[in-house]
Design a protein around this ligand. Structure first.
Ligand code: ADP
Ligand code: MG
Length: 448
């Protein structure tokens, strides 16, 4: 019995036992690779995936294998980028081998491609520059290209996308990709092992050198020295160099001036946090990739609350997927809120009050907070009062009686009247919509 047969059998047993959603999410993407002694080797898309499957489903898989009495009774996971090497080592099957791409540069993530990179005004220029470089490495003036910006904004993604593009369009070119930490570690260990020549060779043979997070070179004098030489050599040979950094190279401290001026001699482009529309587009794309059916309101909700970086958006999707597949619950607002709260942790405060809302409305309507809770019946004051009541109910879920108390001891029917009136007006009144939207935007972060 070979590995495919055994895995098919195992799957068909598990398919009946597990919720359909869980089965699809966690079992369909797995590929059986081979049998290694008593171990069935499975290929999974990423580390997170293997941990999840191991934690939640290993028992199921192992007990099924045992029942089948087929030989393997343990499992081993291989992440898909490693899978190529693993296969080459363990199988003599030439058919399988020849269908695989030529060996990938180590550390290149194949999932980070240009087509998986959603474009918005925040990253358009960086993406265009990266694509230009990938099209004609070393043959334009973008050398070196430095992509800089905050955490989780797609710098690493773009760097790998350049590598992935080049290995498919120009497979003869040698692409070397490494983080500056890896470069540093390689350098240090080459000194320890007396192998500096080998180290130099491995980097200086590159046609395209992609270095991630050069800020880690800060204050590492000797490594900088090494990098400077590598850089110069490649540069003089017209090889392409691309680097990413957490800030504009000119603003980095702890780097030698001559290194900085080299870095700035090509093109530096920044990536900014995505705007609302781009966040929505990214969420929709990630949900689709994961076959996660998210209602549009949920996408909007997440996009409204997570503003700063794409990594957070992505991790919310992964968590939702995990929750949904594990407990087979629908993805609804309580679940989304729970997941966002886990994600945002301490930055979420739950103590926003009616006073906060009244203060915010007062600000936006130019009415004094005292007047909102006071007796005046002037039109603009009544309006601000009604809006505040509406928001207290909608955002805080306070009872009408409690709301009445916050508004100068009015009774619950008055509160109900105000609430309904605003709810009706919101269907047509643009100004009301704008005010309500702004207050929600400003405060809803705190209410999750
Ligand atoms: P950085 O290196 O800037 O910290 P990454 O490149 O690691 O950020 O991005 C974090 C995550 O967000 C990655 O999984 C990446 O694929 C994803 N990501 C970032 N920007 C985009 C984008 N514009 N479209 C799609 N995915 C993105
Ligand atoms: Mg990065």
């Amino acid at each position: 019995m070979d590995h495919s047969y055994i895995w098919d059998k195992t799957k068909s047993v598990l398919k009946d036992r597990l919720p359909a959603h869980a089965f699809e999410t966690w079992f369909e993407p797995i590929k059986p690779l081979n049998i290694n002694g008593t171990k069935l080797v499975l290929q999974v898309p990423n580390q997170f995936f293997s941990e999840w499957v191991d934690m939640h489903y290993r028992k199921h898989i192992v007990s099924t294998l045992e029942k089948l009495g087929a030989g393997p009774r343990e499992i081993k996971y291989v992440i898909s980028t490693e899978a190529t090497n693993q296969l080459e080592k363990t199988t003599g099957n030439i058919d399988v081998k020849s269908t695989l791409k030529k060996t990938l540069p180590p550390h290149l993530s194949t999932g980070y491609t240009f087509s998986a990179f959603i474009e918005g005004p925040n990253n358009q220029f960086a993406k265009a520059a990266a694509q230009t470089v990938a099209k004609s490495p070393g043959k334009q003036s973008f050398n070196p290209l430095v992509i800089y910006g905050g955490v989780g904004l797609g710098k690493t993604h773009l760097l790998h996308a350049i590598g992935n593009e080049i290995i498919t369009t120009a497979p003869k070119l040698k692409v070397v990709i490494a983080s500056s930490e890896k470069f540093t570690l390689d350098f240090i260990s080459s000194i320890q092992k007396n192998r500096t020549a080998e180290f130099s060779r491995s980097y200086r043979n590159a046609n395209v050198l992609l270095i991630d997070d050069i800020q880690f070179f800060q204050k590492k004098e000797q490594t900088q020295e090494q990098f400077f030489h590598t850089f110069n050599e490649l540069y003089q040979l017209g090889r392409q160099i691309v680097m990413t950094a957490d800030r504009y190279p000119g603003e980095m401290s702890g780097l030698q001036d001559r290194l900085l001026s080299r870095f700035q001699s090509g093109l530096s482009v920044d990536v900014q946090p995505p705007n609302y529309e781009t966040r929505v587009a990214i969420l929709m794309d990630k949900a689709e990739q994961n076959s996660l059916d998210l209602p549009y309101e949920v996408i909007e909700f997440i996009a409204t609350h997570l503003k700063n970086n794409v990594r957070d958006l992505e991790s919310v999707i992964i968590r939702l997927l995990a929750h949904a597949s594990l407990s087979q619950v629908d993805i609804n607002f309580p679940l989304v809120k729970k997941v966002l709260k886990e994600r945002l942790g301490d930055t979420v405060s739950t103590d926003i009050s009616a006073e906060d809302i009244i203060g915010r409305v007062a600000n936006l309507t130019n009415v004094r907070a005292d007047d909102i809770v006071g007796p005046s019946r002037r039109k603009e004051i009544t309006e601000a009062r009604h809006l505040s009541v509406y928001l207290c109910r909608d955002l805080l879920g306070l009872s009408l009686a409690t709301i009445g108390m916050h508004f100068g001891g009015r009774d619950h029917t008055t509160a109900l009247y105000a609430y309904r009136k605003v709810r009706t007006s919101l269907k047509t009144d643009k100004r009301f919509n704008r005010i309500v939207g702004t207050v929600k935007d400003d405060l809803s972060f705190a209410i999750l």
